[in-house]
Design a protein around this ligand. Sequence first.
Ligand code: SRM
Ligand code: SF4
Length: 576
Amino acid sequence: MSDEPQLSPVEKIKIESDYLRGTIPEELANGEPAFGKNAEQVIKHHGFYQQHDRDRRGAKGADGKPLGKAYSMMVRTKLPGGKLTAQQMLDELDLCERYGNGDVRLTDRQGIQTHGILKGNVKAAIRAICEARMTTLGACGDVCRNVLCCPAPYRNNAVRDEMQKLADRVSDHLLPNTKAYYEIWMTDPETGEKELAGGGEEGKVIEPLYGETYLPRKFKVAIALPEDNCVDVYTNDLGFLAIVEGERIAGYNVLVGGGMGVTPSNKNTFPAVAQPLAFVTPDNVLRVAEAVVKTQRDFGCRSDRKRARMKYLIHDWGIEKFRAKVEEFYGESLAESRPVAKVDVEDHIGWHEQGDGRWFYGLHIDNGRVIDRGGCNLKTAIRRVCEQLRLNLRITAHQSLLFTDVAPEQREILESILRENGVKLDGEISEVRRWAIACVAMPTCPLAVTESERVMPDVMAQLEAEINRLGLQGEKFTVRMTGCPNGCARPYNADIGLVGKTKDKYTIFLGGRMRGDRLAFLYREIVPLGELVSALIPVLTYFKHDRQDGETLGDFCHRKGGEDLLAFAESYACEV
Ligand code: SRM
Ligand code: SF4
């Protein structure tokens, strides 16, 4: 018997799928409400997930019999650097109304999700996205996902435009090459004609970069500036931190091995922040990206999907061995990373001059949900802005939206459309809410063990009241909540991370920071939802009284450490 570890079942499914076709075409035509087990894995590579409505779990019909799972699909649009036009946003809004559950969800990777699409409508939905000149290919699956990039459209120097162009180039370069996507989704159902030519040329190896089994796991790339790490570059498998000299990009520090997911039952899993690998000039970014991808492709773990992300390969090998292998693929040795003075973060909310006579407006959106509810007609407002002003848009990695290229005379119109629809402007949103994000969780995420997005507004309201009482409303810190330990809202490098642990109970992490380059530590476990804010009050009180000059909440918690914070919390409890 061979000593080679057994391939995980998903690896076999990928091999048998014939470059991501699998049984999708047949299953699209079989009239069933759901895809089968194997196809469920393959569809992810086409940019959608099979889900079911967890609020309806266990529901019974009038005859008292269980109704069974209410299946639907979540389709994710990939937008490198978060860029889209007014028309593309309108197309997404039409799509969610025609085929989905009526709202769209901006993600913390600058993408758009539509939930609730029935299997019978998924082809029409993906076609509509492609016809709007967007794609879902590579939005999910074991390939390079949406490439993040700072969305701020400052035009007074070329730096940010160059980074956005790079995001497009990296995204194109790492795009799967298979024709399956176009065959399945873009073939005219009546004529059988293919409307878009895609995939490899005849006679060319189908997937020259990925091969037939693609990558061992998802692979994430981000591009940031040290003075504006708004995309949380350190949580990505591969990061590019631009080194600017004068008004031009001299090159990029290459960071590797970030990732947030943890499987509590597997002690060999952990979150990690990316570490420096090398410095490359702009013309070598694609080459080095390819070399890193090939290293993960050939040496990443394919037997255990819980340990298949690149962070584990780097952990097991050490950075030196990893660098040596990347250099082999790269074809020469890599230069050392350049020193970085200071990493900072902007959220780009509010009005900003672009530097070309125009403006952009950053609109905070609570947890990225674009919906009309509770007197706030956000979806209607965004629709009207797009129809009337035809502005360009960019999604931020904080689940919010920038309206860009606003002419001075359009500023007032934009604000009045938002106000008329009950949408709060930047000055009306607290600092803590501005920086907070939550993952989707219930009712669509199959992996959620607790609520997240749906309870976050309430947690925020409680926290805002306490912060105001303590006079800390000017403080800038991140609160991030997830409904399970997979870490979709990046809670493990935040000032405060609230991670769903078991039904209605959370683990509190403290001591990360906005810069995103440090992991938080576990502070308290199994805290009921209703006690989360009261568990944080002693920490905030201690911070208020014992912080050093200019110290942030995350830095304070990091300096004090868990034991000290817990001891203070105990004495605080005795006093009140
Ligand atoms: Fe995520 C899986 C939602 C960003 C780590 N994530 C999922 C799924 C697809 C559940 C599933 O596998 O069936 C969730 C769908 C819920 C739903 O109903 O919509 C989901 N992830 C999200 C989004 C929508 C969260 C959000 O509220 O914005 C984000 C979509 C981004 C996008 O446009 O592509 C999202 N996920 C992230 C991030 C943050 C990031 O990438 O910057 C992470 C942490 C970084 C990382 O990858 O390590 C993240 N998601 C995961 C993991 C853990 C991966 C791991 O290595 O262990 C899973 C579970 C898995 O892959 O098995 C997961
Ligand atoms: Fe689902 Fe967990 Fe991700 Fe939240 S963190 S969206 S619950 S997988």
